[in-house]
Design a protein around this ligand. Sequence first.
Ligand SMILES: *Cc1c(COP(=O)(O)O)cnc(C)c1O
Length: 438
Amino acid sequence: MQFYSTRDTKRLVSFREAVFRGLAPDGGLFHPASDLDLRSEFLSMTPETTFTEVARTITSALFADELSAQQIDRVITRAFPFRPELSRLTDEIYLLELYHGPSCAFKDYGASYLASVMEEFLAGEDGRAVILTATSGDTGSAVAHAFYGRSNIDVVVLYPSGRVSPLQEKQLTTLGDNIHALEVKGSFDDCQRMVKQAFLDPELSETLRLTSANSINLGRLIPQAFYYVYAFSRLKADVPGELFFCVPSGNFGNLTAGVLAWKWGLPVTGFIAATNANDVVPEYLETGTYSPRSSIRTLSNAMDVGDPSNFERLKTIFSDDVDAMAAMIWGEVVSDEETLETIAHFRVTENVFVDPHTAAGVRAAQRFIANRYPTVGTVITLGTAHPAKFGEVVEEATGMRPDIPERLERVLDLEKKAMPMDNTPGALKEFLLDTFRD
Ligand SMILES: *Cc1c(COP(=O)(O)O)cnc(C)c1O
């Protein structure tokens, strides 16, 4: 498989090049240049098919021309010592729990696979790679954990000061070693813009081997398709009626990966894009006009994105045709008030804690089912973070704090080590050159 930029579909690159460049030189996003047809592979999977087998099937179909079977095995075994769990929340709603990895959020899947792939490509070469990533919270901790201690790779994480949860900040800033945390005075959009500008800076790209680990990186996007297929293989025998996935969305990487799985043959009726008040995509689906704007702060802060970077990929998949996109993706906007109500409701009725992002998804799924009753059979809602990661919000909603998994608890006692930074590209460039130029 080869890949092109969403802005120049003529120049093709390898997976390796796409992974190390992160962003295409023209500012676009790398994307598969041709379609795969894996329908018969997907249909022959059963509830006994393991997550690792799903990962191997898709990885081989995409990358067998660049990685040997042995390398693919190594990449997958190293990447996934954890896997998703499926639980039933209501008659129609299943929760695909994606928070059993090291940082307790779904971004562990993409980050861990990317780290494994890079390690495989870099083995036996000299030269260091510098991963530059902006985070609204969960990306950074997943990336930091995935790359921590890996040889030949440094990670620089930019996060918006005061806008990530206290626990997220600890996860980002306490690892040290090859993980460098920058605390930016500004919003997530500022962080994202600084990173984009660094990648477009000729001096930086000549001096350093800069690469991204954001959801714009193809090596993070692809593995996120695996769990859609896995969830389908687990449930397909008992799913009556139409099957939908509901995806709590911010930068739209997770949803885009699901849409790719559908393009490759996953039999799914459609997707629900659940957003908080940052609703530019639902608005586009309704009006056909895309108006990016500054992000608004909400309780589901990892979804506070005013100009989602993966929107460009979605447009590419649907050939810029809003009607085609709207035939496959439904937007649902969920307020903070509804999010709190939903967290409280499931604590009381099912004795289950959900985090605010997952809660926005569940609320969107409920509304969608009510509006389309009775045709919807099943909505698999992606559980994007462990409730203990957002204990403050969960406590606000329920009066109780969920138990903290041991792997999260450990970081709370460690000391924060972050460098404060102004939100200018110049400040970032100076830091990068000072720290990493030979
Ligand atoms: C990142 C994140 C999201 C949004 O995912 P995108 O791929 O950016 O749309 C939702 N929930 C949580 C907990 C996240 O960390």
